[in-house]
Design a binder for this molecule. Structure first.
Ligand code: SF4
Length: 323
C-alpha cells in the first residue's frame, strides 16, 4: 500500500520517471502472474435511468437520448451468443431503473448463470436484500462505483443520491457475498490531484475485485460537459499502474480511450498503453449497433467485439482468456 504522499508524488513526477518507477514494475507484476488478458462479454440491457448524475449521458434529464429496455428473453439470446463465441464471463449493465429492472434482472441472472456464465452486474443502488437475491440467483460480482471519494464533490455531481448512501450500497454488496467492483472517474473538471490520490487509496482500501476506472469523458447534454473537457489519459495510466501494484490480483479495465476520441474505449493505442501499465480486462460489446449507440454514458463510447480482443492480445503479447 502506498501512502497518500507517495501517490501524490507518483501522479506529479515526469512521465519517463513514472514509467520506470511504477508502470514497468506494475506490468512486470502482472507478467509474473501469467500475463493473461481477460475478455468479458458485455450487454447494456437498458439505458433508462432515474438519476441525474451531472456527467452522464444517460441521466434522466437528457431527453434527447432515445431509450430502450431489452427483455429477459432478448438478453438470454445474446448471452447464448456470448457462450457460442467462447465467453465464460458476462457483464450486464444498465441505468438505475429499479422498479422495472429488478424482476427481469433476476431472470437474466438465473438464465445466464444456468449457461455457466460468471456474471458481473452494474445496475445501480438497490436495497441490501435485493443484492442478496441477486447473489442467490447466481451473480458473482456487482459494480458500485464510488466515482469520487470526496463527499462534497460526490454530492454535487450525483444529486440523486448521497455519498453516505453510495458507501452503504458498497457495504451491502460486500455483505451479500458478491465480489465488489468499484472505482472512480479520473480527472473530471475541477478534480484536484489530492482528490484523485484519495480516490486511488479508497479503491485499494475497498480491496475491489475489479477496478472499472476510466478518465472522465464529456457527454452531450450534461451539466458537467459545460465545466470542462475530457480527463487526462496519462493520469488514467498512472492510476492503473498504482492500482496494479496495490491490488496485484484485481481486474483492472484495459478498455481505455486514446488521444483520438473517435475510437472510444476500443482505441488500439489507448488499450495497449493501459495493458502495458498493468491493466488486464477488455470487453466485447454484444449490443446490436443501433442500441449500442444509445448506451451513451459518455459520447464516443464505442466498444468493439471479439476480433478487437484477439488483435489486442496479438499486439500486446498477452494470452487472451475468455472463460
Ligand atoms: S451514471 Fe449511472 S446512475 Fe448516474 S445517470 Fe448515468 S446511468 Fe444513471
Amino acid at each position: 500500500m502506498f501512502t497518500k504522499q507517495e501517490i501524490l508524488d507518483a501522479l506529479a513526477m515526469p512521465w519517463p520517471a513514472f514509467q520506470a518507477a511504477f508502470a514497468a514494475p506494475a506490468k512486470a507484476a502482472w507478467r509474473a502472474r501469467g500475463d493473461v488478458m481477460q475478455g468479458v462479454a458485455m450487454i447494456g440491457f437498458s439505458n433508462v435511468c432515474r438519476n441525474q448524475c451531472l456527467y452522464c449521458g444517460m441521466r434522466a434529464g437528457n431527453t434527447a437520448l432515445p431509450r430502450y429496455r431489452l427483455t429477459a428473453s432478448q438478453v438470454r439470446e445474446l448471452a447464448q451468443g456470448a457462450r457460442q463465441q467462447g465467453f465464460g464471463r458476462l457483464f450486464l449493465i444498465s441505468g438505475e431503473d429499479p422498479r422495472h429492472n429488478f424482476a427481469p434482472l433476476l431472470e437474466m441472472v438465473a438464465a445466464a448463470a444456468g449457461m455457466g456464465l460468471r456474471l458481473t452486474l452494474a445496475c445501480g443502488e438497490y436495497e441490501p436484500a435485493q443484492y442478496q437475491e441477486l447473489k442467490a440467483a447466481g451473480a458473482a460480482e456487482y459494480v458500485v462505483k464510488f466515482e469520487m471519494s470526496n463527499p462534497a464533490s460526490f454530492n454535487r455531481l450525483n444529486p440523486s443520491t448521497s455519498f453516505a448512501a453510495r458507501m452503504a450500497a458498497i457495504e451491502a454488496v460486500q455483505r451479500s457475498g458478491m465480489l465488489l467492483a468499484s472505482g472512480n472517474i479520473i480527472d473530471w473538471p475541477g478534480q484536484t490531484l489530492d482528490e484523485l490520490a484519495e480516490d486511488i487509496l479508497l479503491t485499494a482500501r475497498l480491496q475491489v475485485s475489479w477496478a472499472p476506472v476510466v478518465p472522465y469523458l464529456p457527454a452531450a447534454n450534461t451539466p458537467l460537459a459545460q465545466e470542462g473537457g475530457r480527463g487526462s489519459v496519462e493520469l488514467a495510466l498512472r492510476e492503473i499502474a498504482l492500482l496494479r501494484l496495490m491490488l496485484p490480483q484485481a481486474d483492472i479495465t484495459g478498455g481505455q480511450p486514446g488521444e483520438d476520441m473517435r475510437n472510444g474505449f476500443s482505441d488500439r493505442q489507448g488499450n495497449l498503453n493501459a495493458l502495458a501499465a498493468g491493466a488486464n480486462v477488455l470487453f466485447a460489446d454484444l449490443l446490436p449497433a443501433p442500441l449500442a449507440d444509445d448506451f451513451r454514458v459518455t459520447d464516443h463510447r464505442a466498444v468493439q467485439g471479439l476480433a478487437h480482443l484477439q488483435e489486442m492480445a496479438a499486439l500486446s503479447g498477452m494470452q487472451l482468456r475468455l472463460d
